[in-house]
Design a protein. Structure first.
Length: 134
C-alpha cells in the first residue's frame, strides 16, 4: 500500500512571516488545513490540524480503532515541494497490537483524490516507504 506522497505546488506556501512558523523553514499549516477540509468533504474524518517541531499532522482513527497520523510538511529548503505520509500512532510497542496500514486505505485514497483534483498540484510521486518514490 502506498503510504507516502510527494508533490510540487505553490498553493500551500505560507502566507505569514517566518517568525510565525512552528520552526524556521518548517511549513505545512496551509496544507494541513486544506487537507482536513478536503478529506472531510470526501467522507474521511480527521482531527483539526496539529503540529510538532518537524511539521503538521492530522489524526485519523480507522474502523478497527487504530490511530494514525497523516503527517505533512515541506521538503527541506523548499516552499513548494511537499510530502505527506502515514504514521501509525503507538507503533505496537509494549504488547500493543501493531497497526495495519491497509486499514487506513480510505484515508490514503481520499488524499490521492484530493491532490489529483487540485489545480496546481504537480509531480505526484507515491511510495510504500518514506523516502522511496516509485
Amino acid at each position: 500500500m502506498k503510504t507516502e506522497v510527494s508533490f510540487r505546488s505553490a498553493r500551500f506556501r505560507p502566507y505569514l512571516p517566518e517568525d510565525c512558523q512552528v520552526n524556521p523553514g518548517r511549513y505545512g499549516a496551509e496544507l494541513a488545513y486544506w487537507l482536513s477540509r478536503e478529506l472531510a468533504g470526501r467522507g474521511v474524518v480527521t482531527s483539526y490540524p496539529n503540529f510538532e517541531d518537524w511539521g503538521w499532522f492530522l489524526e485519523y482513527i480507522t474502523e478497527a480503532g487504530e490511530e494514525y497520523w497523516l503527517c505533512c510538511g515541506n521538503e527541506e529548503d523548499s516552499d513548494e515541494r511537499w510530502v505527506c505520509f502515514l504514521e501509525p500512532k503507538g507503533r505496537g510497542l509494549f504488547g500493543q497490537k501493531k497497526a495495519v496500514p491497509e486499514h487506513a486505505a480510505p484515508l490514503m485514497e481520499a488524499l490521492g483524490q484530493a491532490l489529483e483534483a487540485e489545480p496546481g498540484v504537480e509531480d505526484l510521486a507515491w511510495s510504500d516507504e518514506p523516502g522511496e518514490p516509485e
